[in-house]
Write a protein that binds this ligand. Structure first.
Ligand code: 0GY
Length: 308
């Protein structure tokens, strides 16, 4: 099937720089996606955007280029609850990728077990209104109860302003919870202001809550430009996100994950250089110990516990 990209779509960056920061051995890119290819794995009819293709081979080439050892591939909303592209990527990873799926309550136990065998370890509940239609809470709770016995967890994606309304639902989930991109803080607000404090309280009061400290390119208001105005300067990019991510890494070092978010869906003003994103890591995890927890120990504990 031929698909036409959403007008204004930004394609992923084909020639990322080699990072200056050397990732620790065994590092995991714990948030990335595959898109199609659409001709092989058609995008879902209910999708809110149509992306460019981004195949498993291209994802694994990026993994090797940047120096990662493993990936956690997260079902993108453009594939709805059709997890075939995700499962195919996992099955061709030689055990070096795990997955987060999107499922409906109609999923059978056999399908869940087949996905587990392929490497799926969780489901994603998405509350970002521009990406998905509303799913009733009772359906999500039923899914959470079905996946809990498999040892899976729930990944949640929401925006900071919606946390108060979602609080009761999130805090009643029975599994480990992984929050995408720190719950999308508004980094124009103070890092110790009420909005981000509520997110910190969420992690502090609920030890089953983890966070990805990813996506500076999505959260930043100052963008990739350095203070001196140089585009893609390795020392100035996305500086307004640093205090937020650093605070989470330093307060909850055992419960943080990091990912590239390749191929970066729905960015509007620039496409990041993935090498530059890797060079951002030491700004938010300043010591080798914090870096090892963020990039190796934590994702291994969650996604490959049998190998530790
Ligand atoms: C991300 C962010 C976005 C999109 C999706 O599944 C998706 O479509 O997650 C977004 O548009 O903010 O983490 O990939």
């Amino acid at each position: 099937m031929e698909f036409e990209k959403t007008p204004g779509w930004l394609d992923w960056y084909a020639v990322p720089s080699a990072p200056t920061f050397k990732l620790p051995a065994g590092a995991v890119d714990a948030h990335c996606h595959v898109f199609g290819p659409g001709a092989e794995f058609p995008f879902a009819p209910e999708r809110k955007y149509t992306p460019c293709d981004a195949s498993k081979a291209q994802l694994y080439a990026l993994r090797d280029h940047l120096g990662f050892a493993r990936n956690v591939v997260v079902q993108a909303t453009c594939h709805g609850a059709d997890n075939r592209a995700l499962v195919d990527a996992l099955l061709h990873s030689k055990g070096r990728a795990r997955g987060i799926a999107t499922v409906k309550r109609s999923i059978s136990d056999t399908e869940l077990h087949d996905m587990h065998a392929a490497g799926v370890r969780g489901v994603r509940f998405n509350f970002v209104k521009r990406l998905v239609d509303f799913t009733p809470r009772d359906e999500l709770m039923e899914i959470a109860a079905r996946i809990a016995p498999l040892g899976w967890h729930v990944v949640i994606y929401f925006e900071a302003v919606d946390l108060p309304e979602l609080w009761d639902f999130f805090t009643s989930l029975p599994t480990t919870i992984v929050v995408d991109h720190m719950g999308r803080p508004d980094v124009g607000k103070p890092v110790d202001g009420p909005e981000f404090e509520l997110f910190v309280k969420f992690m502090r009061d609920y030890p089953n809550v983890w966070s990805k400290v990813s996506c500076p390119e999505r959260l930043s208001l100052t963008g990739p430009k350095a203070l001196n105005g140089d585009e893609y300067d390795k020392f100035g990019a996305y500086r307004d996100v640093v205090p937020f991510a650093k605070r989470i890494v330093e307060t909850f070092p055992e419960r943080v994950l990091w990912g590239t978010d390749w191929p970066h869906p729905n960015l509007k003003d620039h496409m990041p250089d993935d090498g530059l994103l890797v060079d951002f890591i030491p700004h938010i995890a300043a010591t080798p110990e914090l870096q090892r927890k963020l990039l190796v120990d934590n994702p291994m504990r969650l996604y490959w516990p049998e190998e530790r």
